[in-house]
Write a new protein. Structure first.
Length: 103
């Protein structure tokens, strides 16, 4: 059965966000280059990151899910507002090359 990530009611661990993800998340956010929210930095704000966001939504694709070049540090407020608005509009942030990444 295919689930939309927006309507998926499975537990986070059932969607791939279990112990292995929590370990990878903690390691990623502990790196000096990942301690601040990328969206807040673009706005000139200094906000600690506490979410590892998938730049391009993985939609269940495990290769994309674990691809660290597809991860970015965000604060929860930006992840739950600005990032969600971008995804709904069809633009999923700015890639490392400076161009929008479309979903």
């Amino acid at each position: 059965m295919t689930h939309s990530w927006r309507t998926d009611r499975r537990k986070t661990s059932e969607r791939g966000y279990g112990w292995k993800w929590q370990q990878a998340r903690a390691a990623f956010l502990s790196r000096p280059e990942n301690v601040l929210c990328r969206y807040c930095e673009r706005q000139g704000r200094i906000t600690p990151a506490n979410v590892v966001d998938h730049i391009q939504p993985h939609k269940g694709d495990q290769r994309l899910f674990w691809q660290r070049s597809n991860w970015q540090p965000l604060c929860k407020a930006c992840h739950d507002s600005a990032k969600q608005a971008e995804e709904k509009s069809g633009v999923c942030a700015i890639g490392v090359d400076g161009w929008p990444v479309n979903s």
